[in-house]
Write a protein that binds this ligand. Structure first.
Ligand code: CA
Length: 225
């Protein structure tokens, strides 16, 4: 996910950004309400983590303005103030959820996942190619009975290949879908991820699900290789 963090406490903001990046997300940070509003208004974020108490334009005003502008991305509000009126103000302003400081990082991740699932509609169904199985809702992958541990990006690349099993995907298509909007990624990064995926889903099982189409791209065999 592409996530915008708007938080004026730099230590907390940077801590959140680091944690979210380690969880495989792309993160931008804004330290003011006006900066946050400007960034979020570009419409390029899948969700926004928004502090309520910000100097100048506060989180409630930022959220209300975003909704007035027609932006529908999930907004998770952070606040040290747990009083009911503040929660109501935030939710009235169009926030999707509330998290009171101090919170555990795991809870933040869980809430973001839940918001994203809700925004995306019903949970997607499992995808299969032969005995290779991917469960998008739980983000788990199996080869037969063996669960395979993938990084967030590896998972996203495999999910894309599986969703289009039998079709050829160019490096640029994969970049476009998985590294959505990130322009500083080179297409040879794809080769690195494909190699890592093969080392996990194919080689240990003596299989060849992921095929290279020389000069074109990659294709996942519908029979799982
Ligand atoms: Ca604050």
């Amino acid at each position: 996910m592409r996530i915008l963090v708007v938080e004026d406490e730099r230590r907390l903001a940077d801590l959140l950004a680091r944690g979210l990046r380690e969880a495989g997300h792309t993160v931008d940070v804004e330290y003011t309400g006006s900066g946050g509003l400007l960034a979020a208004s570009t419409g390029t974020y899948d969700s926004v983590v928004l502090d309520v108490m910000l100097p100048g334009l506060d989180g409630v005003a930022v959220c209300r303005t975003l909704r007035q502008q027609g932006h529908l991305m999930p907004v998770l509000m952070l606040t040290a103030r747990v009083e009911i009126p503040d929660r109501v103000a935030g939710l009235d302003a169009g926030a999707d959820d509330y998290l009171a400081k101090p919170f555990s990082f795991d809870e933040l991740l869980a809430r973001l996942r839940a918001l994203h699932r809700r925004a995306a509609g019903p949970p997607p169904v499992e995808v299969r190619a032969g005995d290779l199985l991917l469960d998008p809702a739980r983000r788990r992958v199996f080869r037969g009975d063996v669960e395979i541990d993938l990084s967030a990006r590896e998972f996203d690349v495999l999910a894309l290949l599986l969703a289009r099993a039998g079709q050829c995907l160019t490096r640029y298509q994969i970049l476009d879908e998985v590294w959505d909007g990130e322009t500083d990624i080179r297409s040879n990064v794809i080769d690195v991820y494909i190699a890592a995926l093969r080392a996990k889903v194919d080689k240990p099982f003596g299989r060849h699900a992921i095929e290279t189409l020389r000069g074109v791209g990659y294709r996942l065999r519908p029979d799982g290789g």
